[in-house]
Design a protein around this ligand. Structure first.
Ligand code: MEV
Length: 325
């Protein structure tokens, strides 16, 4: 058994179904080929976990694994790492001391899912280090428990993308996780420069749902219908239809109250320059937008930049979590 293991885990982008997927509906998600690496190393200091995460300015953070102390003051990355180790150790009755180092190719600001990637990467590395067999679904279930322990809300779609990679149809909590073979995804990504806080936006939608329960349920149903039709359009490479469905979905996100001026500007600019469809991706409020583009890509990129967006050149349909060494 080796004493050190490194995993790499992709980020994710929501294609369609955001927010509705928190409420027992389905979504479409792709893994993006910017990867987060986690190295776990056994140490001789039992119960002691040391975390280094230079991307989030964490250096030599020490955690006593025998105390389930509240770590809410810590940077997100450390909270997810600590909880991943605690849950994995509890499930497998382990006590070994550990050092963990995380490094990321993607800024945590993009909304590519650094919390889900670090959770999946840490548990997958621990499973390899301690020779514990975990199926993809078992890894998903432990990672999902960990995310819910830390942040209380979330559908788990980002964890599925991190584990399975590629393109997925996903339903809340992993009730359905269906890999889809499409070969290509002609999407451009525009970044607003604004960091969105997913938990805050999910709670904002929950508040609106308390007040307008039936209306919100209808919006979620429409979102799911767009997702189902979008899935068929994707499998048929019917980009025209997929684009129209993306734009319809954007209208639904607007109705949920999660769009923003920056997102709307980039979406309108992309459509005006010839995109077949455009929408926000993820929780909304900032982060990224997607434009479906089969021609005039340069004009669409320029249009997004002209209204203050940053076009991100990131390959999609990336491979799921893997052991690097
Ligand atoms: C956030 O990227 C997507 C949401 O649907 C939350 C979730 O599914 O966990 C808003």
């Amino acid at each position: 058994m080796s004493s050190s293991v490194t995993t790499s885990t992709p980020g994710k982008l929501m294609l369609m179904g955001e927010h509705a997927v928190v409420y027992d509906r389905g979504c479409l998600v792709t893994a993006v080929d910017q990867r987060l690496r986690v190295t776990v190393t056994k140490s001789n200091n039992p119960q002691q976990l040391t975390v280094n995460a230079p991307d989030v300015q964490v250096s030599g953070y020490q955690h006593d694994l025998s105390h389930d102390k509240d770590s809410t003051d810590l940077p997100k990355a450390v909270r997810f790492v600590v909880k991943s180790v605690q849950n994995f150790y509890q499930q497998n009755q382990l006590q070994t001391g550990l050092q963990i180092e995380t490094t990321s190719e993607f800024a945590s600001t993009f909304g590519f899912g650094s919390s889900s990637a670090v959770t999946v990467g840490t548990i997958a590395a621990l499973a390899n280090l301690f020779a514990v067999e975990l199926s993809k679904k078992e890894l998903f279930d432990l990672a999902y428990k960990t995310v819910l322990d830390v942040q209380g809300v979330g559908s788990g779609f980002d964890l599925a993308a991190a584990i399975w990679g590629g393109l997925l149809y996903f339903e809340t909590g992993g009730k359905v996780i269906e890999p889809l073979e499409v070969g290509q995804l002609p999407l451009l990504i525009g970044y607003t420069g604004v960091k969105a806080d997913t938990v805050t936006l999910v709670k904002q939608v929950a508040t609106r749902k308390e007040r307008y329960s039936e209306l919100m349920d209808t919006i979620f149903d429409l979102s799911w219908e767009a997702v189902k039709q979008g899935k068929t359009a994707l499998l048929n490479h019917d980009w025209q239809e997929l684009g129209e469905l993306m734009s319809i979905h954007q209208g639904l996100s607007y109705a949920l109250g999660v769009s923003s001026i920056q997102l709307e500007k980039q979406i309108m600019a992309a459509l005006d320059a010839g995109a077949l469809g455009a929408k926000l991706s993820g929780a909304g409020g900032g982060d990224c937008m997607l434009a479906l583009v089969t021609s005039n890509a340069d004009s669409v990129k320029e249009a997004i930049s002209n209204v203050g967006g940053q076009v991100l050149d990131v390959p999609l349909l990336a491979q799921g979590v893997r052991v690097e060494s």
